[in-house]
Design a protein. Structure first.
Length: 106
């Protein structure tokens, strides 16, 4: 693969041995896209905890405490109360987010 070259303001043309070919750029693009895809898949499929607390769910969904309460009241988000704390199944939250993303694309 050719070298990536940054020209200073004084240089108008790089030396022939320093050019990046279209093939080099295509290979770089393909590798970059594959790397991004692997990072996103790893991030989306990785849930560090089985049970989430309210503040974690609010952060994931980008919603206020009142909106989360409304979602619980309307049955949009399943939850479990234990010892005065509210817990949410991380897998169910992921499913809800995936369904929301798919629904917004249609």
């Amino acid at each position: 693969m050719g070298k990536l070259l940054y020209l200073s303001d004084n240089d108008q043309k790089p030396a022939p041995s320093q050019l990046v070919t279209v093939k080099d750029l295509e290979e770089f693009r393909t590798k970059l896209l594959m790397d991004i895809k692997m990072m996103l898949e790893g991030h989306l499929n990785k849930t560090s905890k089985r049970w989430l607390k309210s503040h974690e769910v609010r952060k994931m969904l980008g919603i206020s405490p009142g909106t989360l309460q409304t979602f619980r009241n309307n049955g949009k988000i399943p939850f479990t109360k234990m010892g005065g704390l509210t817990y949410y199944d991380a897998a169910q939250i992921d499913q809800l987010m995936t369904a929301q993303i798919k629904g917004s694309r249609q």
